[in-house]
Design a protein. Structure first.
Length: 375
């Protein structure tokens, strides 16, 4: 049996960890001969821990942050005690720490999965970013025997556009579980639950409430769009530093009655199925690694207005994708949204079938994981 230990931050709300959890359950349904372990670098419990343990996975909490020397000792003890023979790191360049910890251990494979193109370090100090980023990237390149990007763009960024090494540097996207998108929820019922009229047209934002994700842009766009279409409202799925700022801005713009902050939700598929437009205004300086919200929206048959921060590799249903540069401003986005909302609705079942047959489905990504461990 292959015994894989995944190095993650926390099994809670992040898209990476949620994909891994769904991949675990999919591999269990397929009776794959792989035992899964999760080592949480944050040391914090998450909402998935109990379900994973009940299903047979191991969940460990690091007693130390990765930057501490004792972190490496603790991780080594865990790998040895669990007889893990594959280590799969999901921390981008922060994976340098677990990779260093694994030196000398009898591992058959050390996998670095690069999920983001930004290569940011979790420190606000710019001098630390400049000083440490490149040495940590080089450490990852030296110690990992598989470098995996969730998109060609992400892999190329990590490799600094050097040609990928055959069999060593590969692409494996995070797949979307399409089964929740087969249901047909009642749009009127959902709107009633939020105290919206049945005729409301819903703009949907999905992501962390942080500057990079640009949620305040959605509010500015809503203010302009409401002048063109009085039925529009907006729902925000996610949490983060900008929540209170978003709410205060909505008060100032007299938009509080048009927005709902929903936090993180387990029924994103349902909400997407009853929404009218996904708004994805990511900052454009660095492209998104993949953008699971974009993939999920396509499974829901939900039209999307995207900034240049979205990667075209996430689009498998092109008729749903409408790219508008942020330079057009909220007014330009509002005009494009009005055009999309006045267009005929897409065939949502046909959109779902396209995602199911694509490389962005959960079944495809789990097959890729198994091949990664077995070859």
């Amino acid at each position: 049996m292959i015994r894989v230990i995944h190095i993650v931050e926390r099994l809670h709300q992040n898209a990476i960890e949620n994909w891994l959890v769904r991949a675990f359950f999919e591999s269990s349904r397929r009776s794959e001969d792989v035992h899964w372990g999760f080592y949480c670098d944050s040391g914090q419990a998450g909402r998935w821990d109990q379900r994973l343990r009940e299903a047979g996975a191991d969940v460990f909490y690091s007693p130390f942050r990765p930057t501490k020397a004792k972190y490496m000792q603790a991780l080594r003890r865990t790998i040895k005690a669990g007889s893990f023979n594959v280590m799969h790191c999901h921390g981008d360049i922060m994976s340098a720490f677990p990779l260093l910890a694994s030196v000398g251990l009898a591992l058959d494979r050390r996998v670095l999965h690069v999920h983001n193109a930004s290569q940011r370090l979790p420190t606000p100090k710019r001098w630390k970013q400049r000083l440490l980023r490149e040495p940590m990237r080089r450490t990852c390149l030296q110690l990992a025997d598989r470098i995996v990007g969730i998109s060609h763009h992400t892999l190329a960024t990590f490799l600094k556009n050097k040609p990928p090494r055959v069999g060593h540097d590969v692409i494996l996207p995070c797949g979307t579980d399409t089964r929740p998108f087969t249901a047909e929820p009642d749009p009127a019922e959902f709107r009633h639950s939020l105290d919206f009229p049945a005729s409301a047209r819903i703009l949907l934002f999905v992501g962390r409430m942080i500057p990079y994700k640009n949620p305040l842009f959605v509010l500015d766009m809503l203010a302009d769009l409401a002048k063109l279409d009085s039925s529009v409202v907006a729902c925000f799925i996610g949490t983060g530093l900008l929540e209170s700022e978003l709410e205060n801005a909505a008060k100032q713009k007299s938009l509080l009655d048009r927005i709902r902050l929903l936090g993180w939700r387990d029924d994103i598929a349902r909400i997407m199925k009853v929404s009218d437009l996904l708004v994805f205004p990511n900052i454009e300086e660095t492209k998104e690694g993949l953008g699971l919200a974009v993939v999920e929206a396509q499974a829901a048959g939900l039209p999307m207005v995207l900034s240049l921060g979205a990667t075209e590799e996430a689009v498998v249903v092109p008729e749903l994708s409408h790219v508008v540069p942020l330079s057009r401003g909220p007014k330009g986005w509002a005009r494009r949204a009005a055009e999309i909302l006045s267009s005929p609705s897409p065939d949502r079942q046909a959109c779902l079938r396209k995602v199911e047959r694509s490389h962005l489905s959960l079944t495809s990504s789990v097959s890729g994981l198994m091949a990664l461990y077995q070859n």
